[in-house]
Design a protein. Structure first.
Length: 761
């Protein structure tokens, strides 16, 4: 594929002159090799050569050497750099010398486990002592005992380790007693709530292994992040030797920042990002450029597939059968079929959520399009990295949303390419997450005196006391155990979305999809249009008590967007400090959120067709928040001047939430906010910004510590945005439950300048 010629064609087209705001050429990198001393056993060397590998890249050899030395090893290199050999080779070498040994590979998705099993079997075709098998939720019950008994490399995921292996460790005693290596692939994904859960699952595993007399080494593979050693050591609870000297070759890569054209300078409105991405995607597909387009939401992936097929239904109809969507929620059979079609070249284009951001081998792609900044610099590079292999050239395009973060990068593209990767954060002291895993640990083996803090940290001691007080745990002498017949792991979801789900079924009873329970009121409420594999389903009813919903296939020319409301109450103040001209607070809050209605919005035009009311039960949780108040004299001045104080506070809240990901490795969807001209707990005009999960994961705490910097960035955003009254590029939010009303950009800027003490400058 002539990528350079393709880029020239795109740049020379007058239609794209306003759209292409920056082009960055990433230079190729030659392979850097390193010999391994001593060499690998001859059968493994032959197996590598049969697969075309005759020399190891520098980081691969360093990883094998570090693991041989008995260290926990973390390999932190770019996408498609051959990280899998960094854990395959030490494992195969150890099992060559001791076939009775065992290894456990953990992947964040089932698709990745399937893909790695294929590559592992290809590598070990001439090594009969290697018996690799998958053990996950898709493994038939009839095959599970055989996997436990005979496989010496088991491929699974943290979910199955949590719910299917550790609670039944007696069945796994042979494997656990002989466990040499635990591989944690895509370790950068284990951050936030999910990462905090996984870190505690791994501590539970280390505890059970110690009971059986083993102490496995960890081998971790991660994309590039800003704090690799800190993060990987927090994840496994032990020291980790980090290997980040990437020796893999890389072809030239052209990266384009693509901004949809401005429709109105006054309003700041831009052309639809979805329509822009669709046009670029279909243009590349019809040129037979193998293309992967990433979106941030399941609904958008389905929407773009529908748009693309509509565009291709004319003279390019033959291409409409060569595109597909891919995301979580599809059946395992559907996912495997799409992966195989993409790998074989039968598909020219796929529109995916970040489910394909991971290292699934999907063959040589030519281009990746990112529909909206994915939230972090690290994820952007990871998604671009899915195209191009070895020396092959590739194209990466970031199509901006009408969003403050996206537009920030469109105005400062050079900063993107010099900015360091974000830090990953996990919360090992979150009392809610700790409570879940302490119950699970006590079920697996009663907690002995002094071991709680050893495995789970000092914060766990107080949590155990609380669990004893409320009866969730009981004591017999000095040992703590789970009373009754409770099976805690079955009740604890380690995914941020929550464990329970609602089944959306067709009127004939056919299962369409399972939707997480905490998302159901927002996505499959009565009257919602739910998209699945390019088809629209009108939701007829939702019964949350029975976890069921019914949908009917519909030819709808609109989609739906839920409206929601939020109440917040202060539970406790953990810390307070002076900030600018006011006081800032950090503490625990109770959040109560409910869906109050929905809007129907036209396809393509995206204007509102109608509004509808709903009555659904609220969701309620306690989390962490940062909040600050507007001094009373300033509030009175706004009221005297008849300024829109609620609109100004609301606009400042939106803009601050949008920019918090610049400070923390999070997405704006991980956080929420409430602003009010008077709050009963503070007695003043207040802005709250909170972690969107029970207990919090440190996002708002970081915002509290850097509040002045956060205010300053937000004020600069409002000053720089060319719109007059506020737009999606500065103060309007796609997640606003009140439809972005009221908002006042000018008042928001004045408020922020007052906070900083710069309003008179």
């Amino acid at each position: 594929m002539d990528i350079a010629g393709l880029v020239r064609t795109l740049r020379d087209d007058p239609v794209n002159h306003e759209r292409i705001v920056h082009v960055h050429e990433q230079h190729p990198q030659v392979a850097l090799y390193q010999d391994l001393q001593p060499s690998l056993p001859v059968p493994i060397t032959r197996a590598l050569a049969a697969g075309g590998v005759t020399r190891l890249y520098r980081h691969q050899a360093q990883a094998v050497a570090a693991t041989r030395a008995g260290n926990n090893t973390g390999v932190v290199t770019a996408t498609a750099s051959g990280k899998t050999l960094c854990y395959h080779l030490p494992t195969l070498e150890a099992l060559f010398h001791d076939p009775r040994g065992r290894a456990l590979y953990l992947f964040p998705t089932k698709a990745l486990a399937q893909d790695q099993l294929r590559s592992l079997r290809a590598l070990t075709a001439g090594l009969p002592h290697i018996r690799a098998a998958i053990y996950d939720g898709d493994t038939p019950q009839a095959e599970r005992a055989a996997v436990r008994a005979s496989a010496n490399i088991i491929l699974s995921n943290p979910d199955m380790l949590h719910v299917g292996i550790l609670p039944h460790h007696a069945r796994w005693s042979r494997m656990l007693a002989r466990l040499r290596f635990v591989v944690v692939d895509e370790a950068h994904l284990y951050r936030g709530v999910f990462g905090s859960h996984v870190a505690l699952v791994l501590r539970r595993m280390r505890r059970i292994c110690a009971i059986y007399g083993s102490k496995p080494q960890f081998i971790l593979a991660s994309a590039t992040i800003g704090n690799p050693r800190e993060h990987l050591e927090a994840l496994v609870g032990e020291p980790v030797t980090v290997i980040d000297d990437d020796g893999a070759p890389r072809g030239p890569r052209t990266l384009i920042f693509w901004n949809p054209p401005l429709l109105s300078a006054d309003s700041g409105a831009r052309a639809s990002t979805n329509v822009e991405t669709t046009a670029l995607f279909t243009d590349l597909v019809t040129r037979e450029v193998r293309t992967l387009a990433f979106t941030k939401a399941r609904k958008i992936a389905e929407l773009l597939l529908r748009y693309a097929r509509s565009r291709l239904d004319g003279s390019e109809r033959r291409f409409s059968k060569q595109i597909a969507s891919y995301r979580a929620g599809y059946s395992p059979e559907d996912r495997r079929a799409i992966e195989q079609r993409l790998f074989s070249g039968d598909l020219l284009g796929v529109i995916s959520t970040n489910a394909l951001e991971l290292g699934v081998d999907i063959g040589g792609l030519d281009a990746t399009i990112i529909n909206g900044y994915p939230g972090t610099v690290a994820s952007t590079w990871q998604q671009w990295g899915r195209a191009g292999r070895a020396h092959l050239a590739s194209l990466g395009v970031l199509v901006a949303l009408d969003d403050p973060m996206d537009q920030y990068w469109m105005r400062h593209p050079e900063e993107f390419f010099t900015r360091p990767h974000e830090h990953a954060r996990i919360a090992l002291r979150n009392p809610y997450i700790l409570a879940d895993h302490l119950r699970c640990a006590a079920y697996e083996q009663p907690l002995e005196p002094d071991e709680t803090a050893h495995w789970f940290g000092e914060a766990a001691l107080g949590v155990v006391d609380d669990l004893l007080t409320n009866g969730a745990l009981a004591a017999r002498g000095e040992r703590v155990y789970v009373p009754g017949d409770s099976y805690p792991a079955h009740e604890v979801s380690i995914r941020a979305t929550g464990g329970e789900s609602v089944e959306l079924r067709a009127e004939d009873g056919r299962l369409i999809e399972r939707v997480p329970l905490n998302r159901a009121p927002f996505e499959i409420h009565q009257g919602a249009i739910y998209l699945h594999q390019g088809e629209s389903y009108l939701v007829l009813d939702l019964d949350l008590s029975r976890h069921q919903a019914t949908g009917r296939l519909a030819d709808a020319q609109y989609y739906t967007q839920a409206r929601d409301s939020t109440d917040i109450n202060v539970q406790s103040i953990i810390e307070e400090r002076p900030a600018g001209t006011t006081m800032a607070s950090f503490g625990e809050v109770n959040v109560r959120r409910w869906v109050s209605g929905y809007r129907r919005k036209a396809l393509y035009r995206e204007d509102v067709i109608s509004d509808h009311e709903l009555e659904l039960p609220p969701q309620e949780f306690v989390t962490q928040a940062v909040w600050w108040t507007l001094p009373q004299p300033a509030a009175e001045q706004f009221r005297t001047a008849a300024a829109d104080l609620p609109g100004g506070l609301h606009a400042a809240e939106h803009a601050m939430i949008a920019l918090l990901p610049l400070l923390a490795m999070c997405d704006r969807w991980d956080i929420g906010g409430v602003s009010t001209a008077w709050h009963p707990d503070t007695g003043a005009a207040t802005v709250f910004i909170y972690d969107g999960v029970p207990g919090g994961v440190g996002i708002s705490e970081l915002g509290y510590s850097r509040l002045e910097e956060w205010w300053r960035m937000t004020a600069e955003l409002l000053r720089d945005c060319p719109c007059k009254e506020g737009c999606p590029s500065c103060v309007q939010s796609p997640k606003c439950g009140s439809g972005n009303e009221p908002l006042d950009k000018a008042v928001a800027l004045t408020i922020l300048e007052l906070m900083l003490g710069t309003d008179d400058e």
